[in-house]
Design a protein. Structure first.
Length: 733
């Protein structure tokens, strides 16, 4: 028996010796950083404590946000900079496809209807439904800006690194050891359904949290003797917290994630360590609480100080270790030029000027990504990317872009609802079909359909005459409108005396100049025919049919940040019609309309200023060239368009307070406020006096939602007129 025991011990000896560090050697420490969205900022706090305690990090593996923090740290980026990125970057902006409205080309932002859905398709392949709610291009560019000059072999980084993703076809975890670091990080955090998957080496990859949120086995395979795993995954909700379909979906996802985490934790030995920061109240989308998450990560690591101390080095050893890591860092010293790889790209010279080099030739990373994303969106490109190149001893950015080469068909669907909580209710279904990129200069054919109480069909072929942001264009158009117009005898009437149906088919041609993102000027000719006939009520006006032919001028400058609920910027618009019999009109007439809107904000407070002046100079007395006033914010307390006349003067101020932010998928915010307004409509210019000005005001609540602005309000005007209002998508400034 003794001989058997000795023989058995002799066989085990090599294994035991192999598991121990040789004299003078230390164990290799592998750090594992899990996914968890905004909660991932806790990793920064943990890494900072490891540095302070002189615990070496020999290799890192991470998933999703853990991959981003781990990848940047493995590159040699200082923790102070990583902390600035996590706490100061506008992550809400990173996870959108939008650019500031003021930076959009005017042609793109001139559509003021609140379309809810957008679909692109072609005639051969059908509808293209996106693989994510957002395109992910802004994320791509941001990660690219963070990982400039990273080597292709992740073992060649200052600290060997692995990003973990999931194969969407098989469901298996995929460890990414080499390639484009920015693309690897993007694949690791490609949240299914929210961000499109990433193709790498023939595989379609999504967020690694689906299959391996805490990749402990990955650092084992990298040669780690000791594992320090940081788990910041979201714990399961209690039954009383499951109150909506969103909470149920979130719970289901967390169940799957927590199970694969537990399977990895079960592999740990008593030499390893799991750090789980207390992130109560911090969700995956709590980007505003990332500083709190960093503190929670540091606190959790300090709580395990005694266990971490086992792996700490003395000051000299740690200094040599860090110097070795820093010696493998390849810094980007400066950016001295920016150039487009495709020199023949339309208007590339103009758009390159959007990418500015900051003081001392250093470009802040989010600003760099934002500038190039704006270039991508403004020029309607198929794809865009950039890299650092060296020419004549200077480092610069080389931007490569690909134009969209095929005709793009798109369909937008929206709706409008409004009610005065009494008799004045309306609804509209909005459809827009657009064909874009019809030729090399960007020709576009747009068709709009409004179906409901008021009907409208509009078609226009827009043809730029040059490829530049500031360009001349020609635009033939045709329009048909069928509106119901209420006639009130007095401004405090509750119900209309009569209702008229006003139909107006028209067609014409405009020549104009688009002024980049600022606005446009149009000069053109329009011919049409108007007919006003009684729909309901007592006949107060004769049935009128008139031919109308006129020259027209329109001028628009639009720098508002939103057409629905602006908080900053200004818009000035105006138009002038010059109708003459020799142009095809039954009468000589003129009409002028002007409007000014401005907005300023401070924190949660915002003020909108509005002014309007319209006149037809008493040259005509038809409904088709009259002006209307009344409704919420247009003399609140009156019914919609209750006042009509040949002349309108109006001014108003709207104050709002942001009560709360809305989740990104619902909208921007919930606001409450009040308004003060003054104005009137007159039939004859000689009747205009200050004594006739009607004062009005309102109290309201508005949700700036994805469906459009949702208003609920109550208004009161002079002479006892009051009204309550509900509207969705109708009110636009």
């Amino acid at each position: 028996m003794l001989i058997v025991m000795i023989f058995h011990s002799w066989n085990l000896l090599p294994t035991v010796l192999g598991a121990q560090e040789q004299p003078g050697e230390r164990p290799r420490v592998g750090v594992v950083l899990s996914g968890g969205g905004a909660r991932g900022a806790a990793h920064v706090g943990v890494l900072r404590v490891l540095e302070e305690m002189r615990v070496p990090v020999d290799c890192i593996a991470g998933t999703s946000m853990g991959a981003i923090v781990g990848g940047l740290y493995a590159m040699g980026m200082p923790l102070d900079e990583i902390e600035r990125i996590t706490t100061q970057v506008d992550w809400q902006e990173i996870f959108t496809d939008e650019i500031p409205r003021r930076q959009e080309m005017y042609r793109n932002k001139s559509d003021t209807c609140p379309y809810i859905t957008h679909m692109d398709f072609d005639l051969t392949e059908g509808v293209h439904l996106p693989m994510g709610i957002i395109s992910g291009k802004r994320i791509d560019l941001f990660l690219r800006s963070l990982t400039l000059k990273a080597p292709d072999d992740f073992d060649a980084l200052p600290i060997p690194f692995r990003a973990v993703a999931t194969d969407l076809v098989t469901g298996d975890p995929v460890v990414i050891p080499r390639g484009d670091l920015a693309r690897a990080l993007r694949a690791s955090m490609a949240i299914p359904g929210a961000v499109p998957p990433v193709h790498i080496d023939g595989r379609l990859l999504v967020d690694g949290g689906v299959s391996r949120n805490l990749p402990i086995d990955t650092v084992r395979e990298m040669g780690a003797d000791v594992v320090i795993a940081v788990n910041i995954g979201t714990p399961l909700s209690r039954e009383e917290e499951l109150k909506s379909f969103l909470s149920v979906i979130d719970q289901t996802t967390n169940i799957l994630t927590n199970r694969n985490v537990q399977a990895q934790v079960n592999q740990l030995t008593d030499r390893d360590l799991v750090i789980e920061p207390d992130l109560t109240g911090i969700t995956t989308a709590s980007f505003d609480r990332m500083p709190d998450a960093i503190q929670a990560g540091a606190a959790a690591a300090l709580d395990r100080r005694e266990e971490l101390q086992r792996y700490a080095l003395d000051e000299e050893q740690y200094r040599r270790f860090r110097e070795t890591c820093r010696s493998r860092t390849i810094p980007v010293t400066s950016i001295e030029f920016v150039r487009m790889e495709q020199k023949d790209l339309l208007a590339s010279g103009f758009f390159l000027r959007l990418v500015g080099i900051r003081p001392h030739n250093v470009m802040e990373k989010q600003i760099l990504a934002r500038d190039i994303f704006e270039l991508y969106k403004r020029d309607d490109l198929e794809d865009i990317d950039f890299r650092v190149v060296e020419e004549d001893g200077r480092e610069g950015l080389l931007i490569s872009a690909r134009e969209k080469g095929t005709v793009l068909h798109s369909l937008d669907i929206g709706m409008e609802l409004s009610s005065d909580m009494d008799k004045d209710n309306s609804y509209q279904l909005l459809l827009k079909y657009t064909m874009s990129r019809l030729n090399t200069l960007g020709g576009q054919w747009k068709n709009e359909f409004w179906l409901g109480q008021d009907e409208r069909f509009f078609t226009e072929f827009y043809q730029p005459l040059s490829p530049y942001a500031w360009h001349m264009f020609m635009a033939p158009f045709a329009e048909y409108k069928d509106d119901l117009v209420n006639i009130y005898l007095e401004c405090n009437s509750d119900t209309p005396f009569a209702r008229y149906q006003l139909t107006r088919p028209s067609a014409g041609m405009d020549l104009g100049v688009q002024m980049g993102e600022y606005g446009e000027v149009r000069l053109g000719y329009v011919w049409g025919r108007s007919k006003a006939s009684l729909d309901t009520g007592i006949q107060v006006l004769p049935t009128i049919r008139k031919d109308e032919g006129a020259y027209r001028i329109r001028f628009n400058v639009d720098q508002l940040d939103s057409p629905y609920f602006p908080r900053d910027g200004v818009r000035l618009e105006g138009g002038y019609l010059y109708g003459r019999k020799h142009l095809g009109s039954d009468e000589n007439y003129e009409a002028l309309d002007t409007a000014l809107t401005g907005a300023i904000s401070y924190g949660r407070h915002a003020v909108i200023f509005r002014a309007r002046a319209d006149s037809n100079f008493d040259t005509t007395d038809t409904l088709s060239h009259g002006f209307f006033l009344g409704g919420l914010f247009d003399l609140s307390g009156l019914n919609t368009n209750q006042l009509s006349g040949n002349h309108v003067l109006f001014g108003g101020i709207i104050y709002s307070y942001r009560v709360m932010e809305l989740p990104a998928f619902l909208g921007r915010g919930l606001y409450a406020g009040l308004s003060c307004e003054a104005g009137n409509a007159w039939q004859d210019r000689s009747d205009i006096t200050a004594d006739d000005v009607i004062n009005a005001g309102s109290l309201f609540v508005v949700a700036d939602s994805r469906l459009g602005p949702l208003y609920i309000g109550v208004g009161r005007a002079e002479h006892g007129a009051t009204a309550a209002y509900f509207s969705l998508g109708v009110i636009r400034f």
